[in-house]
Design a protein around this ligand. Structure first.
Ligand code: PEP
Ligand code: MG
Length: 755
């Protein structure tokens, strides 16, 4: 076996010295290229830097004509250098002129050189430039030389990222690294947030690149890999991991990668070439990411996420880092950027410091979105690849209305958005003027606008928004943010605080809707193939009556001498209401025995969110004291499209004939029986949808606090009779499939109704 090559290590050490010297950026770059040329015994060494206009410009050279520096340029995809940048792969050619992509640049005088080795300069999978060496003789560079040049390119990437080279940019040009980008996604929560990127699962930034002691670094890598493997094996052997299913597949993929010999070999090689263990992980990951990002196969692209995750874990082990940013490190204008996250993870952040949220996944009715909306955080989902395109600390703007994200925005875009923020503030002031005005249509129909809540932070909104009450209190949020199960006394105190803040306003408490994507960390539930349709909400409540009874007892004890409204989630069959009523009766008897003052009135209502209820409406309105439509789930189940899955959420419009007909049947049944009916899904908070709901006959809606102003403004301008006949005409049409949304929008425009 050959010993480790000394050359690259000497070179890296030398580069470290050059990087620390107090010289100009151009001098430093010139020194670096001449050092590399000397070390790999090449006549030429050049560095091309990618500009924001997609051109690779020669920034420094040893061996080519000096006057071509900052003049010679190639587009991405053009010539050998452009090909390397486009494909993010090295090119190793004994005779460059024979390559079909070869392009002769006369100003460089490069025609006398035959052999050519070029590697991309990569950082986090992004190409920042190209590093090239050339020789006169026909020669093929050894694998070790390719590897060494790639390692050097990684150090160059750091030099670029530090920002020094920006000063060398010719007037009118800028580096691609600082390029402003706009990513189009979907708006999840209205509002505009200006601030700085905080990566939810930040890439660990490796600062110590060059090894002092190669053997010690190899040892560190080996033990980190061993502990990573143990971690993955441990996860797989836990008994709550099902025998099959998505979760297991992901972990199996992790195990496969963690034991991948090629991966380990590439990292070990990088260490032998002089990098530290963490720099080696980073380098190999950057190469892998660049390769996989060019894959069109979605399966392979998904594997990129797994690989990233694993490499990040390995870095954390090596650098002894915890997960996620520390509260005190969070900037005061944080924009959280993540592939995806759960509702509870968002709640971990200090609300005061968060201005926006950007997700690569995340649908409009997923729970993280609902929480973001409750907190009034401007949010955009489905922002493709965003977590790889930005760095911690980059300036960023989230436009939740247009569904756009602007990273590193130019000054004019920043100014335009700052103006937009001021404009929104003025509009909020106008909504504030409407606050104490009842929501009444032009023709005198009174519409009750309630708000949805679930956290103590929601309470000030009750007064600020002018909501008439809380139409949906999602009790599970308190459970989701707690570190352990809230005890009876804590639950009672919590509900008491809500009722106290509400004063005379009614509050409808929904019993725990956990399961599905609402994960309660300390509650050990089973892994399910299909959690949205699994053991959740009232199903779990009735099977584990201890939990439900404790909640009912807390609610009863918290409501002495006042009305208590309890709403049951995910009711599928009428006996579920009956069984819950029996539990409530037992709890009433219990608090009576213990001398508590009882509520004056207890009303038990059902959420309509499972389609089976549509064919039990007559019975339902007899045994429920009130009903409320959970349009998020009802729509998800009626259209068989997962509300949290970006591939299908948003595919079918709730403003469609079949869905509106179902909603009409519900309001008709409730009105006939004379029981209150409301709708508390996300569509209630959208002015156009709310207009359609009023047209269907709904007179009570519950929505996020921020939506109350816009929905009230719409209501005040609306003629309920006219919208009712428009909706009726639309629904009478039994042959046309679509066009409901545009017809309603046309109606609103013609009537001067703002939406
Ligand atoms: C709904 O499903 O519409 C609803 C209001 O409940 P959640 O969004 O909490 O599931
Ligand atoms: Mg629901």
């Amino acid at each position: 076996m050959r010993g480790p090559p000394a050359g690259p290590r000497v070179l890296l050490r030398r580069l470290r010295e050059i990087m620390a010297e107090p010289i100009s950026a151009q001098d430093r770059l010139d020194k670096i290229v001449s050092q590399i040329a000397a070390n790999v015994v090449a006549e030429v060494c050049s560095v091309y830097v990618l500009r924001s206009d997609g051109v690779l410009e020669l920034y420094a050279t040893q061996g080519l004509k000096p006057e071509s520096v900052h003049h010679a340029a190639l587009r991405v995809g053009q010539g050998l250098v452009g090909t390397i940048a486009a494909e993010a792969r090295p090119l190793n050619l004994p005779n460059a002129q024979n390559h079909p992509a070869y392009r002769y640049l006369p100003e460089t005088g490069e025609e006398i050189y035959s052999s050519f080795l070029g590697v991309p300069i990569l950082r986090a999978g992004r190409t920042l430039g190209v590093l090239v060496v050339q020789n006169r003789t026909h020669r093929t560079y050894y694998d070790e030389e390719v590897e060494a040049l790639q390692t050097t390119a990684m150090v160059m990437a750091e030099t670029l990222a530090v920002g020094e080279l920006e000063r060398l940019a010719q007037p009118g040009t800028s580096l691609d690294l600082k390029r402003a980008i706009t990513v189009k996604g979907v708006g999840l929560c209205e509002g505009v947030g200006l601030g700085h990127v905080v990566l939810h699962e930040p890439r660990v930034v490796v600062t110590a690149l060059i090894a002092e002691d190669t053997d010690a670094e190899t040892g560190r890598l080996e033990s980190a890999i061993a502990s990573l493997r143990l971690f993955v094996d441990d996860m797989l052997s836990r008994d709550d991991i099902a025998e099959s299913g998505e979760h297991r597949d992901v972990l199996e993929a992790y195990r496969m990668f963690a034991h991948d010999r090629g991966w380990v070999r590439r990292m070990t090689e990088a260490i032998r070439n002089g990098l530290t263990a963490e720099a080696a992980v980073e380098k190999v990951q950057s190469d892998t990411r660049a390769r996989l990002q060019r894959q069109t196969d979605p399966f392979l692209r998904d594997r990129l996420h797994d690989f990233d995750d694993l490499a990040n874990r390995l870095l954390r082990v090596l650098m002894n880092r915890a997960h996620g940013p520390l509260a005190e490190e969070l900037p005061r204008d944080s924009i959280i950027v993540a592939r995806n996250m759960g509702a509870a993870e968002l709640l971990d952040y200090d609300r005061e410091r968060v201005r926006g949220l950007v997700l690569e996944e995340g649908g409009p009715t997923s729970h993280v979105t609902i929480v973001a909306r409750a907190l009034g955080i401007a949010s955009v989902g489905r922002a493709a690849n965003i977590a790889s395109l930005v760095e911690n600390g980059d300036a960023i703007i989230v436009d939740g209305l247009a569904g756009e994200v602007h990273a590193r925005p130019p000054a004019d875009v920043q100014e335009a958005y700052a103006e937009k923020v001021r404009f929104r503030a003025r509009r909020q002031e106008q909504y504030l003027l409407l606050r104490d005005k009842p929501a009444m249509t032009r023709d005198g129909e009174r519409i009750a606008l309630h708000m949805n809540a679930g956290l103590v932070v929601d309470l000030p909104h009750l007064i600020e928004s002018g909501a008439e009450g809380i139409g949906l209190f999602r009790t599970e949020l308190q459970f989701m943010i707690a570190a352990r199960m809230p005890r009876l006394g804590e639950q009672k105190a919590f509900y008491g605080k809500i009722l106290e803040a509400a004063g005379d306003r009614p509050v409808t408490f929904r019993t725990l809707d956990i399961g599905g994507d609402k994960v309660v960390p300390y509650l050990h539930t089973v892994q399910e193939e299909n959690p949205a349709m699994g053991w959740r909400a009232i199903r779990l409540g009735l099977d584990r009556p201890g939990l439900l009874r404790m909640q009912l007892r807390a609610l009863l004890q918290a409501s002495p001498g006042r009305e208590l409204r309890i709403m049951l989630p995910m009711i599928t069959d009428l006996w579920e209401i009956q069984r819950t009523r029996e539990l409530v009766d037992r709890e009433i008897a219990h608090i009576r025995r213990h001398g508590y003052v009882e509520p004056t009135d207890i009303r038990i209502g059902a959420m309509i969110e499972v389609p089976s209820l549509l064919w039990q409406l007559e019975g339902l309105v007899k045994i429920a004291d009130f009903v409320s439509v959970g349009s998020n789930d009802l729509h998800q189940f009626m259209t068989a499209s997962d509300r949290g899955n970006v591939m299908v959420a948003g595919r079918f419009d709730p403003l469609s004939r079949p869905f509106l007909r179902a909603l009409r049947d519900i309001v008709t049944a409730a009105d006939t029986a004379g029981i209150p009916v409301s709708l508390c899904g996300e569509m209630a908070g959208n002015p156009l949808s709310a207009m359609a709901l009023i047209g269907l006959g709904y007179r009570s809606l519950s929505m996020s606090a921020a939506a109350i102003g816009p929905v009230k403004a719409m209501t005040l301008a609306l003629d309920a009779g006219k919208v009712a006949s428009t909706v009726e005409t639309l629904l009478a049409d039994r042959e046309t499939g679509d066009g409901v949304r545009s017809a309603l929008a046309d109606f609103a425009v013609a009537e001067g109704v703002p939406f």
